[in-house]
Design a protein around this ligand. Structure first.
Ligand code: FMN
Length: 359
């Protein structure tokens, strides 16, 4: 008896199975607006229980990568509406991942008037691709003022309302992988001396205020969060208090009542492993749905579901390369291999042309 393929619930939603499609940036949103090609891509993958969209910016300031979508303009809401209708028509539920890139970005990728912002004026190591000039070092962010913080929290709340208007079942706050929310959590990128920096009670404040604002806007049943404890991507080094900091966050997010926490462990791609003790701590502390992700196949997902380690499992590259992943695993069919050369290139190649099994 498979748990993975059995129906379940997420808050007040029914899911057709326990497979979640991971958020996957694909950089096909020309002009930052969802288009027909994206409708087709998500519809192809709608045999999942839950789709979490690619990182989608709540603000012009959060569009640090080229060709990523937003959810702050009317055209973006209209584009996403077509995606959610197509996905719902095929049975999946869909959350939009709200990704503000913060200091990971370059002005060449931003619309006129937008700014690269961060908790502090500390640039992230590493480079950012720009369509105009190729690779550039990540920009030096402007340290957010109190007004910037208030305005950015308001942008998240508006984006959450826009998400509901676009037909999404909810939003996932991107608190992982070195983007704005994690930049506030981590001490290397957050060197503030006001109420948003210093002790974890302060470094967690921005994330918790964003969560509260989203919950006030659309309700706790529609707000989840992704976290990457022990993640080092985008210049987020390990530090001594990491485990204690995330234990504090887990308690606060539980009290806030979010519908899920989605943990990602990047160890399958060579990054530090999330210790089992940390996953267990989240499981014990957080009373609602826990999603685990990172390097899963169907067998490992069944094992973790059966052991009660999580409620749902999210798959990234497997869904990217297999529009009919659910059917392939149900029938034991082989999988298509993902092609990293087309992960972020515009157009249908390596996007909507991965073959499905013949009917
Ligand atoms: C092409 C690509 C784009 C990604 N974009 C995002 C993103 O927008 N937001 C996010 O939280 N994670 C992103 N990730 C990480 C995935 O969600 C996932 O955690 C990772 O691929 C590990 O899971 P897997 O082993 O099942 O692929 C991306 C990964 C890949 C390969």
């Amino acid at each position: 008896m498979s748990l993975l393929f059995s129906k379940t619930t997420l808050g007040s939603l029914s899911l057709q199975n326990r497979l979640v499609m991971c958020p996957l940036t694909r950089s096909r949103a020309i002009g930052n607006v969802p288009n027909d090609l994206m409708v087709e891509y998500y519809a192809q993958r709608a045999s999942a229980g839950l789709i979490i969209t690619e990182g989608t910016s709540p603000s012009p300031n959060g569009l640090g990568y080229p060709r990523i979508p937003g959810i702050f303009s009317d055209a973006q809401v209209a584009g996403w509406k077509r995606v959610t209708e197509a996905v719902h028509g095929r049975g999946a539920k869909i959350f939009v991942q709200l990704m503000h890139t913060g200091r990971v970005g370059h002005p060449l990728n931003l619309p006129a008037g937008a700014r690269v912002l961060g908790p502090s004026a500390v640039a992230a190591e590493g480079q950012m691709f720009t369509d105009a000039e190729g690779l550039k070092p990540n920009a030096m962010p402007a340290a957010m003022t109190a007004e910037d913080i208030t305005a950015t929290i308001a942008e998240y709340a508006t984006a959450a309302k826009n998400a509901v208007a676009a037909g999404f079942d909810g939003v996932e706050l991107h608190g992982a992988n070195g983007y704005l929310l994690e930049q506030f959590i981590r001490p290397n990128s957050n060197q503030r001396t006001d109420g948003y920096g210093g002790a974890i009670q302060n470094r967690a404040r921005f994330v918790l205020e964003v969560a509260d604002a989203a919950i006030s806007a659309i309700g706790a049943d529609r707000v989840g969060i992704r976290l990457s404890p022990f993640g080092v991507f985008n210049d987020m080094p390990l530090y001594a208090e990491m485990e204690a900091d995330y234990a504090y966050l887990a308690g606060k997010l539980n009290a806030a009542g979010l519908v899920y926490i989605h943990l990602v462990d990047h160890s399958a791609s060579g990054a530090p492993e999330v210790p089992a003790s940390v996953k267990d701590m989240f499981r014990k502390t957080f009373r609602r749905t826990l999603i685990l992700s990172g390097g899963y196949d169907a067998a490992r997902a069944e094992r973790d579901l059966a052991a009660g380690r999580c409620d749902l499992v999210a798959f990234g590259k497997a869904f990217l390369a297999n529009p009919d992943l659910v059917r392939r695993w149900q029938t034991g069919a082989p999988l298509n291999a993902p092609d990293p050369n087309t992960f972020y290139t515009p157009g249908p190649k390596g996007y909507t042309d991965y073959p499905a099994l013949a009917e």
